[in-house]
Design a protein. Sequence first.
Length: 326
Amino acid sequence: MSRSRAAQASGGRWRAVAVLVLVVLGALIPLLGPSPALHGTGEADAPGTGGIALLRAVLFAALAAPLGELFAVRLARTLPGAPPALPRSWSTVANSVGLVAALGLASVVATGNLVPSSPADIDVGGLYETRDGKLALLEVNGFLAAALCSASRRPVTQVLPLAAVVVAEALRAHPTTEYSPLVGSGLTLVHLTCASLWAGGLPHVLRTLRLWGRVEASTALLGRYARVALVLLTAITATGVCSSLRRMPPGTVLEQLTDTAYGRVLLAKVVLMAGVSALALWARVRLARAADPLTARSPARAEVCVLALVVAVSGLLTALPVPIRW
């Protein structure tokens, strides 16, 4: 028995180390990513690209956590015979972190899309005069309102300000100078919403399973999430492909995937998404065929770790020059 416990403790330590390594890599991708991605492309590295990419990745993660939690809680509470206990909410902390990231990005917009060297460089009033400034303020106010709502007696009300943040981010990603910007914003809106529900919902589902233990409701909850996740993955893939083709016309895709920074990082994201899809499929197969369906939690945990890297790469992708060719 003591050897078994020692083996479990050792395995737990290794898993903790593996997760820590992935978190560090996720933080380094935005910070160190621009230079390797831009190398040899002839594209300029804008000042502060690494910091902006990191802030954007943090904002995406902070958006996914509460939205995914609301989604997972909804699945759990509508499950017949489910235990009433639910994991402690991370929404208030996540929304507060998102507020800090949004403030950092707003300060960049307030200095003409440059990293401010001192508070005196920040023109707060100028945010009200530009489209990007108004959208940045909307994201700041959205996270602030979401943090207050999540700490209230009705945390479900945070869905409204979080939805405003998603809309603002979708509009920001497609300036009015772009061809059919509303189409692009619509694709980004669906893509970001589905990605947030998927990436944020899975960790909360796994936390719920750990709290519930080996009861029938645990298997039912994981199965219900897996079915919805399949729909989310389909929507993410479809909108991602359409958005990429709008920015990289079909005849130039192969060239731009290797010759532009945006294409290289997009290719890295596609590879990571393929890994996430494989892990999701592995979990689904275990859930359906294994003698103990809850063994599906192992690939699901790995899926969470790779999804964290996808979020980091997505943050970097938004900070790189977009190769729009019309």
